[in-house]
Design a protein. Structure first.
Length: 639
């Protein structure tokens, strides 16, 4: 159960479910994390923790004997079996309390020894889940709700920690304690007492299981409400500006409160049902204890038992209540833990849509020739996106793809990055089918400057260095200079240590694009994709960014996906995409001469650009008139 590449255990089996309550299967899957084959130090801790727990259980069972002997000594009853140095009642009381302190100390030692084991298991499982999420396809992440996903992982990890700690470390020793306790009661008091205690235990366990199974549905309802509330809260905060634009704070608060109202109802049911569970357990224990105490009281009256025996059976039953309560707690924790990790197991069961073939080699880039050969693709079977696309991007050349929205332009870049595999046909780099090589090597060979640059909430230096994490500070500064953002960074009080905020919102659109260009420069890939990298910018900023992009794409195989045609007029070949098909191809001049779709798009954009220029000129002239007053021959406007 170890990943060949990462060296960490493989994901858990997806067959585990809270509905089945398959505890044994869960323990089987969790065992490699509790007993890690590569960590003998942790194995030793597990053994020492179990040994401490077993000794504690033995001390717990036999400590009531000291209570009995002390009582008999105080009451003048027969105490022949007590050693001479323990005959004094004071010494017996001290011995009884010393046994109790020893029990507590051994339990704390157990917890201290097992802490590292439990946390190691939690860390490994959290790592596996995080790794699995990054292995899932873009399709999964487009449908996810980030807030709910983080809460699922949080609860799942906590649930696994509970199962690991309570089941492995406490379950078996508690059963061992029951066996010793039954033997002591049989030896000291007779078989009738054992029957009463056995009936009490069976009734207690039956009631606990039935009630816990009922409560698990309430727990799942509470988890779903909690996940929904957290999802809405995170989604609302991520869209903080949109909320402000439309003044919908009250709507967002109402949506969140509605989800929290559902959580409140379910949480109230959870605590109410817990109260009924605890009352029922105490009632069953009370009945069993009362019967045993009555039997012992009658025996004391009859002279067949001493006062110490009466006290001892009471102490034994109190001692028995502790593991019984723990068994109920243990079962509840396991059931609730399984409910908590149910969504996590479901998440781990989601198959990775795009996987490497066994033994797949790395991509070997020599010249960087990209070729699409009769490629078809669809997200849904009834909605084809690409229909028989074929083209080539020669080594070191720039090829542009243009077309109306929804034509499938960005899908081409996603296929090239192998976020998806083509439905039919093939995509190659230097003749190598991307499906036959490793995904990591494909993505290492390609640099991307996207339309919507989302930055990490870290420093500018961190975001630029993300292109090559082992780059030196000097290389980061050089990349920033080449992206024409070095002067801007130098003007900031903290320079490269300036934090960019959530998703880079502290920077303007042009500044974010320059950071994206800088980290692509730092990555220094042989192949470059510019996916509408300037379409969200104003004309002036676009021209500045375009010069930086021209520098980045020099001597690299470059695929440009563009909305503004003015940015691709120098491309060697321009492909015009419409409804998933290439309808025109050629140079800028050749496409204009065709007087087809490209020519009509060019004409519309030129008209829009000229209108924008006229508006800017008129605005500038009006501002100049206001500043200097009317020129000669101009009439000052009437007031």
């Amino acid at each position: 159960m170890t990943s060949r590449r990462s060296g960490i255990p493989a994901p858990l089996s997806p067959t585990v479910s809270a509905e089945e309550g398959d505890t044994l299967r869960t323990l089987q899957n969790l065992w490699p994390y509790i007993w890690p084959s590569d960590r003998p130090d942790l194995k030793g801790r597990v053994l020492l923790a179990i040994a401490a727990l077993v000794v504690a259980k033995v001390v717990t069972v036999f400590s009531p004997y000291f209570f009995k002997w002390a009582t008999d000594a105080l009451s003048g009853g027969p105490d022949a079996i007590v050693p001479a140095f323990l005959a004094a009642p004071v010494m017996l009381v001290v011995a009884y309390n010393a046994a109790r302190v020893t029990f507590v100390g051994l339990n704390q030692l157990r917890d201290a020894l097992f802490a590292r084991v439990g946390q190691h298991a939690v860390r490994q499982l959290a790592l596996i889940t995080f790794q699995h999420l990054h292995a899932l396809s873009l399709r999964f992440h487009l449908m996810r709700r980030t807030g709910g996903l983080s809460r699922v992982i949080e609860r799942g990890v906590k649930g696994i920690e509970n199962i690991v700690r309570f089941t492995i470390l406490n379950g078996v020793p508690t059963i061992f304690e029951f066996a010793i306790m039954a033997g002591v009661i049989w030896y000291q008091f007779g078989f009738g007492y054992v029957v009463v205690v056995a009936v009490m235990i069976v009734a207690y366990v039956w009631f606990t299981v039935k009630t816990s199974n009922w409560r698990i549905g309430i727990r799942r309802e509470m988890n779903e409400s909690d996940t929904e509330a957290n999802s809405k809260a995170v989604d609302s905060l991520l869209n903080f500006e949109t909320v402000k634009y439309f003044g919908n704070e009250r709507l967002e608060v109402s949506r969140f409160d509605k989800s929290m109202a559902g959580y409140e109802r379910a949480a109230t049911k959870t605590w109410t049902s817990l109260a009924w569970l605890n009352f029922g357990q105490s009632f069953i224990l009370g009945i069993g204890t009362a019967i045993c105490m009555i039997l012992s009281a009658r025996a004391v009256i009859a002279g067949t038992q001493t006062i110490g025996d009466f006290v001892m059976i009471n102490a034994l039953l109190i001692q028995l209540a502790i593991p019984l309560n723990f068994i109920g707690f243990l079962y509840r924790e396991i059931r609730q833990g399984l409910a908590d990790i149910e969504a996590m197991f479901t998440l781990l069961a989601v198959p990775a849509e795009i996987t490497d073939k066994p033994g797949a080699p790395d991509l070997a880039v020599k010249t960087g020739v990209i070729r699409f050969e009769d490629v078809a693709f669809h997200y849904d079977h009834d909605r084809p996106i690409l229909r028989g696309i074929s083209f080539e991007v020669p080594a070191g050349a720039t090829v542009a793809i243009v077309g109306p929205s929804g034509a499938g332009k960005s899908t081409i870049s996603r296929l090239l990055f192998r976020f998806y595999d083509a439905t039919s046909g093939r995509v190659t780099i230097d003749g190598q089918d991307l499906r036959d090589v490793t995904q990591a090597s494909v993505r290492a060979a390609i640099g991307m400057v996207p339309q919507d640059t989302v930055l990490f909430n870290e420093t500018i230096a961190y975001n630029i260095r993300y292109g090559r994490p082992d780059a030196s500070d000097e290389e980061v500064r050089e990349a920033a200079r080449m992206a024409q953002i070095g002067d801007f960074i130098a003007s900031l009080p903290k320079g490269f240590d300036t934090e960019v905020g959530e998703r880079g919102l502290k920077l303007s659109g042009g500044e974010k694009q320059r950071v994206a260009i800088a980290r692509t420069i730092l990555k220094a890939p042989p192949i470059l994709i510019l996916d509408e990298a300037t379409s969200a910018l104003d004309t002036h900023t676009e021209r500045e960014i375009q010069s930086a992009l021209d520098q980045v794409s020099r001597n690299r195989t470059t695929l440009v996906i563009a909305h503004r045609l003015s940015t691709v007029v120098n491309a060697r070949i321009i492909l015009v995409l419409e409804k998933g098909r290439i309808v025109e191809r050629g140079t800028h001049a050749e496409l204009l001469a065709m007087d087809g779709l490209y020519a009509s798009m060019w004409a519309r954009q030129q008209e829009a650009s000229e209108a924008e220029e006229r508006l800017r000129a008129a605005t500038a002239d009006e501002e100049g008139y206001v500043m200097r007053g009317p020129r000669a021959g101009e009439v000052e406007p009437a007031q």
